[in-house]
Every structure is written in structure tokens, then in C-alpha cells.
Design a protein around this ligand. Structure first.
Ligand code: ASP
Length: 357
């Protein structure tokens, strides 16, 4: 009995320490933001979107829960959404004015800020993997068009026939845009770009974004998604961000870098003021909602210029955050603290039934 009591006491004493030390991980994904009308969404359509978001979330969070790398987790999640015809990335990408599908993607590793990006590619099934190959197997950051496709072939990527990317719904959107002289926003209603950000158990972060751009784009138009600093940014010292929205405004604000820079500045200030005093350092660190406030402020800035859309981010503390100034954003998040949710419209976060990995 004595022995048993001693064991219980020991467990009680050691538990808080163990809980504190448990390594954190977190993941957030998006499948585009926009003017989403709950009434226009059939239960079947909603279930299909939620199922694909859930699959992407599960694939990434399984890797993180098992101790895998943030970089692997975001690629696994993004590839699933690129392969789904529901999102504007890979298969299901929007059409250009000329009736083609031109794909953009970027990826960044928060450990060393190595980055890769591609724009205007038409024959690569998973542009996020090509962006990653630019990051790891070239001395460049950003490759475009035919050059990017030649690079892909030289690295062993299969040439995907352009018809693979085409879907009827997206073709109709282009036809309507032309016939009724509409803007991309009128026909798309939402930005279906996909993205993922992750923090792994080693404290490393990564971000990636992949898109078909905006319906009816012409003259080689490229948005923010493949631009490091605008649509994608990752820095272990601050955060990892992926954006979706009206690309021109996100480029002008430099959204992803702006958020990371503000978060890094706050940490830098805490470290400078506190010096080696750890307690003082913690006092000066921004409070719990700081990252959310920073993301919201930057999104307000986008809105002030006339743009809309949203961002996802993770922080070194393990937060997984959404911020959007549209009525909805296809999104999901999972963390080591037990958060598991996918959501579409504003304010409807709900825990999903996915068991812990
Ligand atoms: N940001 C993308 C672009 O401007 C569009 C999107 O998010 O769907 O190309």
C-alpha cells in the first residue's frame, strides 16, 4: 500500500513537468476565401469540401503527430488539395483568358528561409512539389513558364497533359465571364487557392501555397500565391503564413512577410529589453492574442486598399490561426493540444470527430 501511495505521489508530482515538456505541433490549411453564401451551398457540396479538407488535415497532422517534419506535413496536405477538383489549384484550376490552366506555387522552410516558387506552369501535376524542387535542387528561388517546365523535366517530373487540369465548372466560369463581361470576382466568388502552414515537434515551421490564379487572367498575370513574402512566408523566429485572396492587394501589402516581420519585431524587442533575464523576457513577450491581432490588422490593411481574402498562420507557441475579411474561408486546423476542426463560413469553427493520432 505504501509503495502504491508513493507511486501515485510520484506520478502526481511528475505529471505537470511531463505535460509542460510535451513537444508541440500545429497545422493550419486553407482552400480559399471568398464571398460564400450559406444558402447557395448544398449539403452534398458542403460534405464534399469538408471531406477533402479533412483528408488534407489528417495527412498533415499524422506526420506531425508522429514527429515528422513541418515541410513534409504541408506538402502532404497541399498535394491532396491540388489533386482535388474542388479547389483552384492543380486539377480544377481556373482558366486563363486564352482557355489554358496556368499554375503558380511557392514553398518556404522556416529553418533556413530556403524558398522555391514557380509561376505559369501548365504541365506539372503538383506545382507545390516543383516549387520544393526549385528550393532544394536549384540555386534559384523563382522559375516561370517554359523554363520552369524544362527544369521539371530535367528533375524527372512527368509531363502531365493540360486536359488533366480542366474541369467543366471552371470552363463555364470563363465562358460566363466573357459572355457577360464580368470580372473574375463576379464569377469565382471565392479564391480557391490552397495552402498549408505547420510547426513540427522540433520547433521548425514551413509554409506553402498553390493556385490557378484568377479566372480570365491574361498577359501572363501572376498573383501573390507564388511570391515569397506576399502569399507565403516562413521564419522559425516568428511564424509561417499562407494567404489566399485578391493577389494584387496581397502583393502590395506584402502580407505574409508583413505578419512575420511584426511578430519577429515583438520577440526581438522582448529579447533586447530583457537581456539574459528570462522572467523579464517572458513579461515583455506579446500576450496570447497577439498573433491573431497582428494577422487581423494586416488583413484590415488589405481591406483598406480595396482587397479581400484571408491568411492562415502558425506560431512557435503552437497556435494555429485564421484571419479573413470575406464571409468565409475553406479551412482546417489541428494541434497537439487537441484542436481538430474544419470550417467554411465565418465563425463556425467546430471540433471534428477525427480521433487523435
Ligand atoms: N491569391 C490568388 C491570386 O491572386 C487567388 C486565390 O487566392 O485564389 O492569384
Amino acid at each position: 500500500m505504501k509503495k502504491l501511495l508513493a507511486l501515485v505521489a510520484l506520478t502526481l508530482i511528475s505529471q505537470p513537468a511531463l505535460a509542460e515538456e510535451a513537444p508541440k505541433w500545429s497545422l493550419a490549411i486553407h482552400g480559399g476565401a471568398g464571398t460564400l453564401d450559406p444558402k447557395a451551398m448544398t449539403p452534398e457540396k458542403r460534405a464534399a469540401y469538408e471531406a477533402d479538407l479533412q483528408r488534407a488535415l489528417d495527412a498533415g497532422s499524422k506526420i506531425l503527430a508522429e514527429g515528422g517534419a513541418a515541410m513534409d506535413a504541408i506538402k502532404a496536405a497541399i498535394v491532396i488539395m491540388e489533386d482535388s477538383p474542388l479547389f483552384n489549384a492543380g486539377k480544377g484550376a481556373v482558366f486563363t483568358w486564352d482557355g489554358t490552366n496556368e499554375l503558380d506555387a511557392s514553398i518556404m522552410d522556416g529553418r533556413d528561409r530556403s524558398a522555391g516558387a514557380v509561376a505559369g506552369v501548365k504541365t506539372v501535376r503538383n506545382p507545390i512539389l516543383l516549387a520544393d524542387t526549385v528550393r532544394t535542387q536549384s540555386e534559384h528561388v523563382f522559375l516561370v513558364g517554359k523554363g520552369a517546365e524544362d527544369f521539371a523535366v530535367s528533375k524527372g517530373f512527368a509531363v502531365t497533359p493540360p486536359e488533366y487540369f480542366a474541369t467543366e465548372a471552371r470552363r463555364e466560369a470563363l465562358e460566363r465571364l466573357k459572355a457577360e463581361k464580368l470580372s473574375a470576382l463576379d464569377v469565382d466568388h471565392k479564391f480557391g487557392t490552397v495552402g498549408a502552414v505547420a510547426l513540427d515537434q522540433s520547433g521548425n515551421m514551413a509554409a506553402g501555397t498553390s493556385t490557378g490564379g484568377m479566372t480570365g487572367k491574361r498577359w501572363g498575370r501572376v498573383g501573390d500565391a507564388p511570391m515569397i513574402g506576399a502569399g507565403t512566408y516562413a521564419d522559425n523566429r516568428a511564424c509561417a503564413v499562407s494567404a489566399t485572396g485578391w493577389g494584387e492587394f496581397f502583393i502590395r501589402v506584402g502580407v505574409a512577410h508583413e505578419i512575420c516581420a511584426a511578430l519577429r519585431a515583438a520577440r526581438f524587442q522582448a529579447a533586447t529589453i530583457a537581456g539574459p533575464d528570462a522572467e523579464l523576457h517572458d513579461q515583455w513577450l506579446p500576450g496570447e492574442n497577439y498573433a491573431q491581432e497582428v494577422a487581423d490588422t494586416v488583413m484590415e490593411d488589405v481591406a483598406k486598399l480595396g482587397g479581400d481574402g484571408g491568411v492562415i498562420l502558425v506560431t512557435p507557441e503552437g497556435e494555429a490561426i485564421f484571419s479573413f475579411n470575406t464571409t468565409g474561408m475553406y479551412r482546417g486546423r489541428a494541434t497537439s493540444a487537441g484542436v481538430r476542426e474544419v470550417a467554411i463560413f465565418g465563425g463556425e469553427e467546430k471540433a471534428s470527430a477525427t480521433p487523435d493520432h
